[in-house]
Design a protein around this ligand. Structure first.
Ligand code: SPV
Ligand code: MG
Length: 290
């Protein structure tokens, strides 16, 4: 079964897919272990992993290689964050072919102008592409996929750019008409009212995707109550958790002058071996090493 089909079936069965950010095969494995429904191949996370801001500085190849590695590491569907699609509709066609071939289940394309600036940046430049231009990109993505179950998610940044609910709805309707399978609507308000307002006002048939980073108080119960949200993406929690854990461990070792106190709070080396698949290696060694 194709990864797109698996993601569609999960949403059909559960009504709501929970997708957690990842930035490496190891993080994808941990997303799987925790019981999420998919991995978000986040541009924010991978940029941060490279010590770069999320501003279209990473190449498509860098992101694509990581998507391929994450697909190989987990059985979960991978939802690829392809930012603005790396250029115009021609670039989008190329990107969709590459990401589908890499084993992604879905791509999310946002209606900003390349090079984009992270939606979460305070006072960041948030320039939107014209509706017609972006409709062309979505139609191009839909036409380029080989598997009809591969999902093309259109992301509108209208709320992020400060254009308000009506513009977000207008854009979502245009992208639905262009063939998008889902509409991701992003908000960076500290409260969920803006997103709830969108979900209540949305009269389209295409399900909504949300990224509740700045409004984490929105509960699963409330999301289900809204009725038309099919996917929740936890956009940057893997890299933020890693930074917090590394920071506190490093500080403790510096403070104590040894690793003795920090050690008991870390995962064991055996735990890492397990994640690395060492048990399988032992079996191969026993069977084939002469
Ligand atoms: C990402 O995780 O790269 C996203 C979500 O696109 S956000 O950073 O909130 O824009
Ligand atoms: Mg992103």
């Amino acid at each position: 079964m194709s990864p797109g089909k698996r993601l569609r079936l999960t949403i059909e069965a559960k009504g709501l897919a929970h997708v957690m950010a990842g930035h490496s095969p190891l993080s994808a494995l941990l997303v799987d272990e925790a019981g999420f429904d998919g991995v978000w191949a986040s541009g924010f996370e991978l940029s941060a992993l490279h010590g770069l801001p999320d501003m279209s500085l990473m190449s498509m190849t860098q992101h694509l290689d990581m998507v391929r590695a994450m697909v190989a590491a987990t059985t979960l569907p991978v939802v690829a964050d392809i930012d603005t699609g790396f250029g115009n509709a021609v670039n989008v066609v190329h990107a969709v072919k590459c990401y589908e071939q890499a084993g992604a289940a879905a791509v999310v394309i946002e209606d900003k102008i390349f090079p984009k600036v992270s939606s979460l940046t305070c006072g960041g430049r948030q320039e939107l592409a014209g509706i017609e231009e972006f409709r062309g990109k979505i139609a191009a993505a839909v036409a380029a996929r080989r598997d009809p179950d591969f999902l093309v998610v259109a992301r509108t940044e209208a709320l992020i750019a400060g254009f308000g609910l009506n513009e977000a709805l207008r854009r979502a309707a245009a992208y639905e008409a262009a063939g998008a399978d889902m509409i991701l609507v992003h908000s960076k308000q500290a409260v969920p009212e803006e997103i709830e307002g969108f979900a209540k006002a949305w009269s389209g048939h295409t399900p909504i995707v949300i990224v509740p980073t700045t409004y984490p108080q929105l509960t699963e119960y409330r999301i289900r109550e809204l009725g038309n949200i099919a996917m929740v993406i936890y956009g940057n929690h893997a890299i933020r958790a890693s930074i917090a854990a590394m920071r506190s461990t490093f500080a403790r070792i510096r403070r104590d002058g040894s690793a003795v106190n920090a050690d008991c709070d870390l995962v064991s080396v055996d735990d890492v071996f397990e994640l690395q698949g060492m048990a399988e290696i032992r079996k191969i060694e026993e069977k084939f090493l002469r």
